[in-house]
Design a protein around this ligand. Structure first.
Ligand SMILES: [Zn+2]
Ligand SMILES: [Zn+2]
Length: 240
């Protein structure tokens, strides 16, 4: 006897949503779901599902293992192809700081940032402000202001730090903050030149590091100085 409603009759879009929800919870569950029927299998192959896959950073290597004789055909590669922003962000961090192609890394980082990934926006903003190109610094500062206003700096730093510290590769290109490249150049600014001392006081005196809710430079009225504070903090995220 046939059941009145069978899950096999669900529209493809509904299956896709179910698969995406599952992928966001656990990739292992997604794999089981895909094996349950053809409809689930087809839906599970949509780009959207791969974009939603939750891949904890410590597990990432596991998903990059390719089946024998199928070099490069693995789950992670498929996520990348589908435009999984978090995976692309991690790739870009790796290219920029862990010894890949820095140009590619910056290009990917810009692309991921343009899609609204805030940790990528944070990274772009820090990299632009660390340089000495005046226009780039202004762009970097603009992005920084946006993240600051949105209250998203802390989460960006945590996400960024997880990628840097979750990597088992030796850091090859640790960014440096050149004193001449600081953002605040106003001789009239009373806080100019004090950000290093404030940072070290916060970090070593209070054991505080990336959590803005508990201090930082938020009380400094000069936005250029606050940007300098974040630059100092950024280069220190690479300390082991
Ligand atoms: Zn220092
Ligand atoms: Zn200042």
């Amino acid at each position: 006897m046939e059941r009145p409603t069978s899950t096999a009759n669900l529209p493809h879009d509904v299956w896709t949503l179910i698969a995406a929800k599952t992928a966001a919870q656990s990739v292992r569950d997604l794999c089981s779901l895909r094996m349950s029927c053809t409809a689930a299998r087809n839906a599970g192959d949509e780009d959207f599902v791969y974009q939603c896959a939750s891949i904890p950073i410590l597990d990432q290597w596991w998903w990059s293992v390719s089946p024998m004789h199928q070099q490069g055909r693995n789950f992670l590669a498929r996520c990348r192809q589908s435009g999984h922003l978090e995976i692309l962000f991690r790739d870009a961090v790796s290219d920029l700081f862990l010894g890949g192609c820095r140009f590619t890394g910056m290009e990917t980082m810009h692309a991921v940032a343009a899609h609204g990934h805030s940790a990528a926006q944070y990274t772009v903003s820090m990299m632009l402000m660390l340089g000495d190109d005046v226009e780039a610094k202004i762009k970097g500062l603009e992005t920084f202001r946006g993240l600051e206003a949105a209250g998203s700096l802390t989460i960006c730093k945590l996400v960024f730090r997880d990628v840097i510290q979750g990597s088992w590769t030796h850091l090859r290109h640790v960014p440096v903050l050149n004193g001449e490249n600081l953002v605040c150049v106003s001789h009239a600014c009373p806080s100019r030149g004090n950000m290093g001392a404030i940072y070290h006081h916060q970090r070593y005196g209070r054991g505080w590091h990336v959590n803005d809710g508990d201090g930082g430079a938020a009380h400094i009225p000069c936005v250029h100085c606050r940007a300098d504070y974040e630059l100092i903090l950024f280069v220190h995220l690479f300390d082991s």
